[in-house]
Design a protein around this ligand. Structure first.
Ligand SMILES: CC(C)(COP(=O)(O)OP(=O)(O)OC[C@H]1O[C@@H](n2cnc3c(N)ncnc32)[C@H](O)[C@@H]1OP(=O)(O)O)[C@@H](O)C(=O)NCCC(=O)NCCS
Length: 399
């Protein structure tokens, strides 16, 4: 058995393995590319007779954690050949994929598991989910009118402002991709051509117009309100009136599309502006995180609490595929926090899953202890909760 990177000639056989797992493309196989895509690396397990028996792809992303951009290996297209499942082939493929990601400085790894149990043994734990929810368009028309915020259609020259709104929102959450790098290298014209419209929420001030929100949406087919649905890929605002203005824009479709399908995650602040409680979850894709390099990931995120000076020793144990096991020291003080590996043992010990949940700020130390994901002295628990909590986990890009 050989574990190696995919090369261009491997694409047809690798594609067949993917189709076996995820089904065929509706329009037939895509044309074979003449070059491997940038920012994406595929790892294969190849049997002695040359057959491809397992594969996994890693996208080089960055995502927002604790207000900073952290390099992240986004794993997708994980497959084991049907006859070879249950043999433990994923582990060596992930070990190679994660070692290559570590060389690129990707201190975190994330993925959308089809079953949570597949990746837990490799140090991943579910921290949020990418959801599609259904809303009644008529209920959106009942959202209170904004005081002064208005909507208008985005043009190509508005897309930098759209990205600024997204980045300002994403920096206040844990988890969203930065939407930079090869996968997001579309021109403004291409981004606009992908959807029916990107609508802006804008405020007019003494210095001119300010974009405070945006929504990217597809109108969908037909105009029978009983069956037609409008699809909202992105709905992000930096003010309550920004959300109100955009919700009402969708509400104005009541006579032609009875349903709005919104792509969202976690406790979406957009929901706080709805007068009704309808939020029917139609599908849910869990999102899992692995802290591959605890010192690198904490230093890159630089968690900090103003006025809190502390030195927190901790350990990690139980990582079967990477190098996360060891002793560490988190240093909190003036400026962004840092973390270093140390040879001194002591302090509480996280499992990789416990560290993922703590890093994402989605479980307190007390809850991790109840689950057996954190053990040992508890005198630093309040400090860890304060340093790592406070930002809700969100994701808005499926891969
Ligand atoms: C999911 C898939 C890759 C797992 O392959 P596999 O050969 O069973 O994987 P491994 O033998 O290496 O097992 C890895 C771990 O996943 C667990 N696992 C495998 N399938 C699982 C499932 N459906 N639900 C929960 N856990 C599962 C195994 O028990 C094992 O855990 P362990 O080490 O604690 O025993 C394979 O079944 C497949 O290709 N399925 C179709 C495509 C798919 O769902 N891909 C995942 C996309 S996120």
């Amino acid at each position: 058995m050989e574990i190696r990177r995919l090369v261009l000639d491997d694409l047809p056989a690798s594609y067949r393995l993917s189709v076996e797992a995820f089904g065929s493309h509706p329009g037939g196989p895509p044309p074979t590319p003449t070059a491997l895509p940038e920012g994406r690396e595929v790892w294969l397990a190849v049997d002695d007779d040359g057959a491809f028996v397992a594969r996994a792809a890693a996208h080089s992303y960055a995502s927002w954690w604790h207000g900073r951009r952290v390099p992240t290996a986004g794993v997708a297209s994980v497959t084991v050949a049907a006859e070879r499942r249950g043999e433990g082939l994923l582990r060596p493929v992930f070990a190679a994929l994660l070692a290559a990601a570590a060389e690129r400085g990707e201190v975190l790894s994330t993925l959308y598991p089809t079953a949570n149990g597949i990746y837990r043994p490799m140090g991943y734990e579910v921290v949020t989910s990418f959801d599609t929810v259904r809303l009644a368009t008529a209920e959106l028309a009942a959202v209170r009118a904004p005081a002064a915020t208005r909507t208008r259609r985005a043009r190509a020259e508005d897309l930098p402002a759209v990205h600024e709104v997204y980045a300002a929102w994403a920096a206040a959450q844990n988890g969203p991709l930065t939407r930079t790098g090869p996968r997001f290298a579309q021109t403004p014209e291409e981004q606009l051509a992908d959807v029916t419209a990107i609508s802006l929420a804008v405020e007019d001030g003494a210095d001119g117009e300010r974009v405070v929100g945006f929504a990217a949406w597809d109108r969908g087919e037909g105009y029978d309100p009983a069956t037609a649905a409008l699809e909202v890929h992105d709905l992000v605002a930096l003010t309550a009136d920004g959300y109100r203005a955009l919700w009402r824009l969708f509400g104005s479709h009541t006579s032609v599309a009875g349903t709005v399908r919104l792509h969202t995650s976690g406790h979406d602040p957009a929901r706080q502006l709805l007068p009704t409680s309808t939020w029917q979850v139609e599908s849910r894709h869990p999102y899992a995180l692995r802290v591959s390099d605890p010192a690198g990931a904490l230093t890159a995120a630089g968690p900090a609490v103003p006025g809190l000076v502390a030195e927190v020793p901790f350990g990690v144990t139980g990582d079967p595929v990477g190098g996360a096991d060891g002793s560490y020291r988190l240093l909190l003080g003036d400026g962004p926090g840092t973390c270093e590996r140390t040879s001194v043992t002591g302090g509480p010990t996280f499992t990789p899953q416990g560290l993922a949940l703590a890093y994402a700020g989605v479980q307190s130390c007390a809850n991790l202890r109840m689950l057996g994901l954190l053990t040992g002295p508890d005198e630093h628990d309040r400090v860890l909760d304060a340093a790592l909590g406070g930002r809700p986990a969100h994701v808005r890009d499926y891969f």
